[in-house]
Write a protein that binds this ligand. Structure first.
Ligand code: GLP
Length: 640
């Protein structure tokens, strides 16, 4: 499926290995690390690692812990230097990289504490320069870094070297980019709590490592990764400087590799097998390149754009154009649950049964309306029985101010109703006290999380009402991995799977909508997707299962390729407005800052742009011109 021939890598300026999963890549890398440690141990040398934080290296650390536990791999002669740390955070802060590294790795292996080096977030500003110089000297004194592990930020940063960082930059204090701060907002329970500065090794410091391995998982990284691999080195994307290093490799999963030419436009880099999806991908691309609708493409357009062999195999253009045009045309339907009494040979969804039992799985409240608010409304109005199942409460995403306000409402209501001190008021007073006594960045108590869950539940109901969904059918699964966990530390359990199985067996759906397949593996949507898949596997022999179609919707942050779209549901201008109104009900999810940083948008804006962009794409291909489109793909076709 993924081309590995040399030509396919022509445009790649750094060796890039694409793995089916993050887990697989990390097993290999952990073995490489173990070999390095053992070789150095045998030679009586220490092994010096540059280590990274974030979700990305977590599966690697899990593998290293496994090797330590099961194969006796010792870290006694390992010396580590971490890339970075937030400035202003003490070690004890749960989001400090110091804490992170200890929780994720150091507490579980035998690396001596004296061998662990992590930038100190509490160095006073006037001493930072000196401190950073000393950190660099320490790396040199240890013999330099044998291996540097890196993740990549959506801005293309490595460590905290944001765009603008030079290739010769050294360890220093930096200001964090707006997008980086937004990405960290969840960990810090709100953007306002995210530090503005950090200490990071410089790009130049990183480039001095003898070997560098950059890891990237999930579709959110695809844009930055493709830039780092295929564009010339530039300060605008600091990870691209890794191309200048003699021994660097990128280990990525297929979702993060999604924008590389060898996956997106493979005919530009070598011969391809012209399967149906590949043909569709190429014709759509050609129409965009030639700026012509599909039905106007000429034989010359194909041959001038590296598609001569497609023409030889499937041409002439006239027939090929019509075939692909029809395929795309057939993805468009105003009947996402199937059109009753219609010939469904060429429709994305079957006509019978006329009224379907449908379950829409939403990892957190709001994923559903963001991804498919317009389709939800259609499914309901077309007579299907729609159950929306919120897999987690989403309470970790509610700012304290919202919870405080809700507690005050209850207390004031109680007072106006006589002030008898109802159980609700006792609870609200407790929450108020806990919030007032909460130290900066402390985790929420059970009571506060309960109130925050109630807030999100009510927003979800209001949002579904705006889509016309019967709120009596809504389910809040409150999967325990989320309710008991915190971001980046979630641990799904078999109980999570069985809750989903119970719901599925009860409803026996004809259609399921889910999301998260290509999200970053430790994110809530990805964990929820994996649980849904396990639940579906567990139901494999249930009679309803073989007649059940599973559709996937996606977060609005990455554009679909038309070749990926198997069902395109058009929205009229009015339906788009209704969808935005539905998203708008998730009030606690709006930006907490009245001034959005440049280039960052509210959720409803992202969804609006996204759905309009898909419609524009269809229009430019010569298909009907709609206001907006919601897109779906079937789960099976991606797996198979
Ligand atoms: C932070 C870290 C980087 C990391 C990046 C990506 O900014 N300083 O070292 O690579 O986040 O994080 P994640 O792996 O969670 O996507």
């Amino acid at each position: 499926m993924i081309p590995h021939f040399t030509e396919a890598r022509q445009r790649e300026r750094v060796p890039t290995e694409i793995s089916a999963s993050a887990e697989g890549a990390c097993v290999r890398l952990a073995d490489e690390i173990a070999t390095l440690i053992r070789a150095n141990d045998a030679a009586g040398r220490p092994t010096v690692f540059g280590l990274a934080t974030g979700s990305t290296p977590v599966p690697l650390y899990r593998q290293l812990i496994r090797l330590h536990r099961d194969q006796g791999l010792s870290f006694r002669h390992v010396i580590t230097f971490n890339l970075d740390e937030y400035h202003g955070l003490p070690r004890t802060h749960p989001e400090s990289y110091w804490c992170f590294m200890h929780e994720q790795l150091f507490n579980h292996v035998d690396v001596p504490p004296a061998h662990i080096n992590i930038p100190d977030g509490m160095v006073p500003r006037d001493q930072v320069y000196e401190w950073c110089r000393t950190y660099e000297e320490k790396i040199k004194a240890a013999g330099g870094l044998d291996l540097q592990i890196l993740g990549i930020g959506r801005t293309g940063h490595i460590g905290f070297n944001e765009p603008g960082s030079g290739s010769d930059s050294r360890t220093r204090l930096v200001t964090l980019d707006a997008l980086t701060r937004r990405d960290a907002a969840r960990d810090f329970l709100g953007e306002a709590n995210v530090p503005r500065h950090a200490i990071t090794m410089g790009v130049g410091t990183i480039l001095e490592a003898r070997r560098i391995v950059l890891l990237a998982w999930g579709e959110a990284k695809a844009g930055a990764l493709a830039g780092a691999v295929e564009n010339p080195p530039t300060e605008a994307l600091p990870a691209s400087f890794l191309q200048t290093h003699p021994d660097t490799v990128f280990y990525v999963d297929a979702a993060a590799a999604g924008e590389l030419t060898r996956l997106r436009h493979p005919w530009l880099v070598g011969p391809v097998a012209w399967s149906r999806p590949m043909t569709r991908l190429a014709v759509v691309w050609l129409s965009q390149q030639a700026r012509k609708p599909i039905l106007k493409l000429l034989d010359e357009d194909y041959s001038e754009h590296s598609l001569a062999d497609l023409l030889t195999e499937q041409g002439p253009a006239y027939g090929l154009n019509i075939r692909i045009f029809n395929e795309l045309q057939h993805t468009i339907t105003g009947w996402p649950g199937g059109k009753p009494n219609a010939d469904d040979t060429n429709r994305p969804e079957r006509a019978t049964p006329e009224s379907k039992r449908i379950v829409v799985f939403s990892p957190e409240p709001s994923n559903d309306v963001l991804g498919m608010g317009g389709t939800l409304r259609r499914l309901v109005s077309q007579g299907h029985q729609v159950t929306v199942a919120y897999m987690t409460s989403g309470n970790l995403g509610v700012p304290d101010e919202e919870a405080a306000m809700a507690a005050e409402l209850v207390l004031e209501f109680d007072l106006s109703a006589g002030g008898a001190g109802s159980p609700g008021a006792v609870f609200a007073r407790e929450v108020r006290q806990q919030l007032q006594g909460k130290t900066a960045y402390a985790a929420d108590s059970t009571e506060v999380r309960k109130l925050k869950a109630i807030i999100r539940r009510n927003e979800a109901r209001a949002s579904l009402q705006a889509c016309g969904v019967d709120t009596a059918r809504v389910r809040f699964l409150e999967l325990s991995f989320y309710e008991k966990g915190r971001y980046r530390r979630f641990k799904p359990t078999p109980d999570d799977v069985s809750r989903i199985v119970t719901l599925l067996e009860e409803i026996q759906p004809h259609q399921i909508f889910g999301t998260g397949q290509i999200a970053e593996p430790s994110s809530v949507p990805a964990l929820c997707f994996s649980l849904l898949r396990q639940a579906l596997d567990a139901c494999q022999t249930s009679p309803w299962r073989k007649d059940c179609h599973v559709w996937l919707y996606r977060e609005p942050d990455r554009m679909w390729e038309p070749a990926e779209i198997a069902m395109a549901v058009p929205l009229s201008p009015r339906e788009l407005t209704q969808k935005i109104q539905a998203i708008y009900q998730h009030k606690s999810q709006r930006s907490q800052s009245p001034m959005l940083a440049q280039g960052l948008h509210e959720l409803w804006q992202q969804a609006e742009h996204h759905n309009q962009a898909i419609a524009k794409l269809y229009d430019a291909l010569g298909l009907a011109e709609y206001e907006a489109i919601e897109a779906f793909q079937p789960m099976v076709s991606i797996q198979g």
